[in-house]
Design a protein around this ligand. Structure first.
Ligand SMILES: Cc1ncc(COP(=O)(O)O)c(C=O)c1O
Length: 395
């Protein structure tokens, strides 16, 4: 498309904004990676090991999952053809929702096209203009976007700080009040003090929404999640999560009481007005839950790898709390994180720099993730590379 002078003026803001982003060291671009397995890929003709994927259990390439996906593809085709409430609800969907509900210890669950969608859908369906949403400061963009979409007053409390929440509760009355947090924080890897928050929610009649995207498949008995790990009764909450991380597929879910799910199904616009997931994704998530049930040792393997990486980091002088499969190495300025990332890539390890606005200003980082699919040799090699790179990058 060629633009005349007026056309150029009309879109000038695009290039100006991009220049500003670039000047701040925050320009993003896509990097081409050809997957070679759960944690390996080809990059510029060279094999690299990924220490950034949320494929915590390596289930994207589990033989049983692959077989179930192929069966589903042959039996049901590539697409679902319509929204869930039209003709997109199938026995596969029903089986998946029952499996998610069982796994999370809730009466019912409802599956959405993604974890992002489920968060914006659930919050905007539950809260409205006269309500107040108390949200942890470090909550994921999808939770924040749900809060903004709802039109409710948004009050952000200090990260993982029930005292900050307690103070704010006295200042902000509302028709209905909600507490929103994550089980495991996506960029910091730490867990919310869910039992203390649950007790606060009960005492103050708050509707408690927890997104356990990064605790699912990682924490708790059999990978049942952060609520199970902390003994919080999931059925009393609004629990959201994703099928796209440890479960190796695509989609999100909300789990809770039968009444809650019936309400969401009727009132959540991002559920009603979008096409159902393709059968292959549903079959993959269902098979992943079955594998997790039958091979809980997979979660143990993940934790052995987490332990190995933490021990190596400690030997290098980095002590990061061991709370999940996410290990943040905070380097500060975005350029520093980007430089460390580039140099790791030269060693054959891929960990992109995470920069603002994904994390607060001044806290750009390497967000390292561990998978059950990593070998001991890959972890040891990565530690060697980190020693070389961070020895120069961190003072
Ligand atoms: C905490 C959290 N919630 C929700 C999502 C969105 O999940 P999905 O990628 O399935 O849309 C993410 C993914 O980045 C996340 O980290």
């Amino acid at each position: 498309m060629t633009l005349d002078k007026r056309g150029c003026q009309k879109v000038q803001f695009l290039s100006e904004t991009l220049q500003q982003i670039e000047k701040a060291g925050l320009k993003r671009s896509l990097r081409l990676l050809t997957p070679l397995g759960a944690t390996r890929a080809l990059h510029n003709g060279r094999e690299v090991v990924l220490f950034c994927t949320n494929n915590y259990l390596g289930l994207t390439h589990h033989p049983r999952v692959l077989a179930r996906v192929q069966e589903a593809l042959q039996a049901y085709g590539t697409g679902s053809g319509a929204a869930r409430l039209i003709s997109g609800h199938t026995p596969l969907y029903q089986a998946l929702e029952e499996a998610v509900a069982r796994f999370k210890g809730c009466p019912r669950a409802l599956v959405f096209p993604s974890g992002y969608t489920v968060n914006i859908a659930v919050i905007s369906a539950l809260a409205g203009r006269e309500d107040v949403l108390f949200c942890d400061r470090l909550c994921h963009a999808s939770l924040l976007d749900g809060c903004l979409l709802s039109g409710a007053r948004l009050v952000r409390f200090r990260h993982n700080d029930p005292d900050s929440l307690r103070r704010l509760l006295t200042l902000h009355p509302g028709r209905r009040r909600f507490l929103v947090t994550e089980g495991v924080f996506s960029m910091d890897g730490d867990s919310a003090p869910l039992m203390e928050l649950y007790e606060l929610a009960e005492k103050n009649t708050l509707i408690f929404i927890v997104d356990d995207a990064h605790g699912t498949g990682v924490l708790g008995p059999g990978g049942r999640g952060t609520l199970a790990a902390q003994g919080v009764p999931a059925e009393k909450l609004v629990l959201t999560g994703t099928l796209s991380k440890a479960l190796g597929s695509l989609g999100g879910f909300v789990a809770g009481s039968a009444l809650l799910i019936e309400y969401i199904l009727n009132c959540a616009r991002p559920f009603i007005f979008t096409t159902a997931l393709p059968p292959a994704s549903i079959a993959a998530a269902l098979a992943a839950l079955e594998v997790l049930e039958e091979e809980p040792a997979l979660v143990d393997r993940l934790w052995q790898n987490v332990d190995r990486l933490h021990a190596g980091l400690a030997a290098l002088g980095y002590t990061v709390p061991k709370t999940s499969a996410i290990i943040p190495l905070i380097l500060g300025p975005p350029e520093r994180a980007a430089d460390a990332s580039e140099r790791l890539l030269m060693h054959g390890y891929y960990v992109p720099a995470v920069r603002p606005p994904a994390v607060p200003a001044g806290t750009a980082r390497l967000r390292i993730t561990v998978s059950a699919a990593h070998t001991a040799a890959e972890i040891d090699g990565f530690l060697e590379a980190l020693k070389d790179v961070l020895g120069q990058a961190v003072t």
